[in-house]
Design a protein around this ligand. Structure first.
Ligand code: GL4
Length: 778
């Protein structure tokens, strides 16, 4: 595998090198994509596919006595991210390369990726992911590309050319070393760069201790420097008020901006041209300290006037918000920021002062509004609102689905929307069909190309709608069903190897794979399964013959400190234990928890699924991208009208999916009603079964049951339960009619074109970044 990977890497490097020479020669405006997380998964098959050399490699390996697929399976995942946000960043890189945009990705090269999930007696345990232990063939270490990144210290005043200015005297310096990861486009020679920074001790680091003889301490301090890029925070939503996290953010932002400015200065003298050459994309609020850093460099180091520098900053930055709730937005305590980055704190205060003066012109003395819009949050812990910093500066603020943008406009950033409506834009997420069809479902890929008579859809996915014409064609149906069966067989083997559970290929494979979270309602899924189990137990043999057999597959990681999510994982296992060993049930129902869900597991599970579930309480999933991958693979969707599912229904027709549950605008009123809302009797019964210890662990599950009862049902499981069961029943009825099911499946794939990250990237390029393709000649 290593040898194979190194050989492919050589091909990659040629293109990557040529692309950068070409970009340098043409000097187009570049997009720099700053993200604290990239979930790249495996690289081998993606690279050989995009380079168009898969057949040659497979042949050559056969001659050497190896099997390409077996080798490809050996590769581990690069898991430098948590979930959807990070995988979306990876899909965007693929589209940027394929569409020939002059783009760079910047992030952190974590020593430990997202934890590995192991299950012991049904409980999640976390183990570190030593993904770099045997080296990473896909990266190129650039020892000569390194920059010092400074922390702590003090700010002093200096007089320069008769003008007072501030200078930062840092207290600590850490070296950022570049590791380059080539990202090949498909059907193009372009290969762009994802540059990840690793922290190394600086040479000047604490030289004093060496000279004063404090040798041991000097070495311990050197080691501390490396901890900055050591570990990825494993929680994808709540903000951690941690010094290390802030240092990670500033570390990658500072190194990236030094790199970007160096590249700019190689060819340009004046920063007046900066906005014509540079677009900076802030992926969620994590990199927003870059705004203060750009101001610091332009004002303190390049000696530009404040207003000139601010004008430049406002023209280069755009941000995408991925959160739904105001609580999900990052706040950094003022004391912490002031200690780690004292000059940046001053700059943020200055930005805020000018912002509030500006706001007063529009809102007068409306102090409530002014305090809501301020970058500084007063309160028990005085904090910096990183989202407000981004809003004040960025020319574009993007939401990730139409529903999400509406939430940003009407709730989360209402005041800002009223002031600057033109900044707010919708860029519905997408996923790359290269990885999610071509790489992970080669049989489907061949079918699509055969029926469309072209492979052009791999670069121009709108063509995929051409399948609609054949949605009723019996020959296509046969091929489609065969493809699904083969994929299910592969998945069934995987399930048996991992869990020893044998599943029937005739059953409907019903899947929910994603991070475990209360709002994603894996608990609703489990309660639905318990209801189904309970029904089967109470049936006579003739009723049983009418039951559609189901394999319920669940997978996902819970953040290590998230107790409720961990209890849900345990409940999955407790229910699985009972159901799978019940002879009354047999093949009518199987429950499987797939451990250590990650990108490569998704590549296996998605093509083998019949039905996929997206159950977030309406208004809570900003977009969701898993549903798009299932859609592309012709799996039917059972979903709430939330995030991108609303747009999917528009594309494929609501009649081709199973929608259920309260709508976004109904949710607040339902919550108001609170205790007066009654879940159905069926709901009460299944919760009681868990409470009474039917699946064991009675005391352990008590608090989990409490979350959905006694008026505390914040995510409205009780309210949505009846309509959820109805949607499940509708799925059963349709599954019995295989022709109808297959037709809906074909229409799902045919309607998935809009949900390609190629479309998303084109929208960003045109509406936010103002960049043009720059195609390297072959
Ligand atoms: C997320 C959203 O929760 C998810 O709906 C969205 O699809 C994704 C990419 O935009 O971003 N936000 C966070 S935080 N994690 C996510 O996965």
């Amino acid at each position: 595998m290593q040898a194979l990977a190194h050989s492919v890497r050589d091909r990659l490097i040629e293109r990557w090198h040529d692309t950068h020479q070409y970009f340098k020669k043409k000097d187009p405006k570049r997009i720099y994509f700053l993200s604290l997380e990239f979930l790249m998964g495996r690289s081998l098959t993606n690279s050989v596919t995009n380079l168009g050399i898969q057949d040659q490699y497979a042949d050559a390996l056969t001659q050497l006595g190896f099997d390409y697929e077996v080798l490809a399976e050996q590769e581990g995942d690069a898991a430098l991210g948590n979930g959807g946000l990070a995988r979306f960043a990876a899909c965007q890189m693929d589209s940027l390369a394929t569409l020939d945009y002059p783009a760079w990705g910047y992030g952190l090269r974590y020593q430990y990726g997202l934890f590995r999930q192991i299950i012991v007696d049904g409980f999640q345990h976390e183990q570190p992911d030593f993904w770099l232990n045997f080296g990473n063939p896909w990266e190129i270490e650039r020892v000569h590309v390194s920059y010092p990144v400074k922390f702590y210290g003090t700010v002093e005043e200096e007089v320069l050319n008769g003008k007072k200015c501030k200078i930062w005297i840092p207290g600590e310096s850490v070296e950022a070393v570049a590791y380059d990861n080539p990202i090949p486009g498909y059907g193009t020679r372009n290969a762009i760069n994802l540059r990840l920074w690793a922290a190394k001790p600086s040479d000047q680091y604490d030289m004093e201790s060496y000279t004063t003889g404090d040798y041991i301490n000097a070495i311990v301090n050197r080691q501390k420097a490396e901890t900055i890029s050591n570990v990825l925070y494993p929680d994808d939503r709540s903000y951690q008020g941690k010094e290390l996290r802030l240092k990670q953010q500033y570390f990658f932002v500072s190194a990236s901006l030094q790199d970007i400015m160096r590249r700019f200065k190689d060819l340009h003298r004046s920063f007046d041209e900066f906005p014509e050459k540079v677009a900076l994309q802030i992926n969620d609020t994590h990199p927003s300290i870059s705004i203060a850093e750009v101001m610091r460099v332009l004002v303190d180091e390049e000696h530009l006037d404040w207003s000139k520098a601010w004008d430049i900053a406002c023209r280069i930055f755009s941000v995408t918000i991925h959160a739904v709730q105001p609580e999900g937005l990052e706040k950094i305590p003022v004391d912490l920021l002031g200690s780690v980055l004292p000059r940046h704190l001053e700059i943020i205060y200055e930005i805020n002062y000018r912002l509030v003066e500006e706001l007063k012109k529009s809102f007068g003395q409306d102090y409530d509004k002014l305090s809501r819009m301020s970058i500084i949050e007063e309160g028990a812990v005085k904090s910096i609102r990183m989202a407000n910093l981004s809003l004040a500066c960025c020319h574009t603020v993007n939401g990730v689905s139409r529903v999400h943008l509406e939430t940003l406009k009407t709730r989360v950033f209402k005041d800002y929307y009223e002031l600057w409506p033109q900044k707010f834009q919708c860029k519905t997420n997408g996923v790359t069909q290269r990885r999610w069809i071509v790489v992970s479902n080669p049989s489907l890929c061949s079918i699509i190309s055969k029926w469309l008579g072209t492979e052009a859809w791999i670069r121009n996915v709108d063509l995929i709608s051409g399948l609609r014409e054949y949605a009723k064609d019996p020959d296509l149906h046969t091929e489609w069903k065969n493809m699904k069966r083969v994929n299910k067989m592969r998945l069934a083997e995987y399930i048996e190897t991992l869990t020893s559970v044998k599943v029937s290929l005739d059953a409907m494979f019903n899947v929910q794979i994603k991070r475990i979270h209360e709002y994603k309602r894996q608990l609703l899924n489990m309660l639905g399964i318990i209801h189904r189990y309970d029904c089967i137990k109470n049936m006579d043999e003739s009723d049983k013959r009418r039951v559609v057999p189901r394999v319920c597959i669940i997978g996902g990681k819970a953040a290590p400190g998230y107790e409720v999510a961990k209890k849900i994982i345990k409940l999955c296992h407790a229910v699985a234990d009972k159901v799978n060993n019940d002879p009354d049930v047999g093949d009518l129902l199987k429950v499987v928890f797939i451990p250590d869900y990650n990108v490569s597991v998704a590549e296996l599970v998605i093509p083998g699924s019949d039905l996929s579930q997206h159950l977030s309480t309406a208004g809570h999933e900003a977009s969701g991208t898993g549903c798009m991958k299932f859609l592309m693979n012709g799996c039917l969707l059972l979903a709430t009208a939330d995030g991108s599912a609303v747009e999917i229904a528009e594309e494929i027709g609501a009649e081709n999916m199973f929608l259920f549950g309260a709508k976004v605008d109904e949710v607040p009123a339902l919550r108001e009603k609170g205790t007066t809302l009654k879940g159905s009797l069926q709901f009460a019964r299944v919760v009681r079964m868990v409470r009474d210890g039917y699946f064991g662990f009675k005391d352990y599950f008590k608090s989990l049951c409490d979350t959905v009862e006694d008026g505390g049902d914040f995510y409205l499981l009780g309210y949505d339960f009846a309509s959820y069961l109805e949607a499940q029943a509708a799925a059963d009825r349709t599954f019995v009619d295989q022709e109808k099911w297959t037709q809906m499946s074909i229409l799902s794939t045919a309607g998935s074109g809009k949900f390609s990250s190629d479309r998303t990237i084109e929208e960003y390029a045109q509406q936010s970044w103002g960049i043009e393709p720059c195609k390297c000649p072959f």
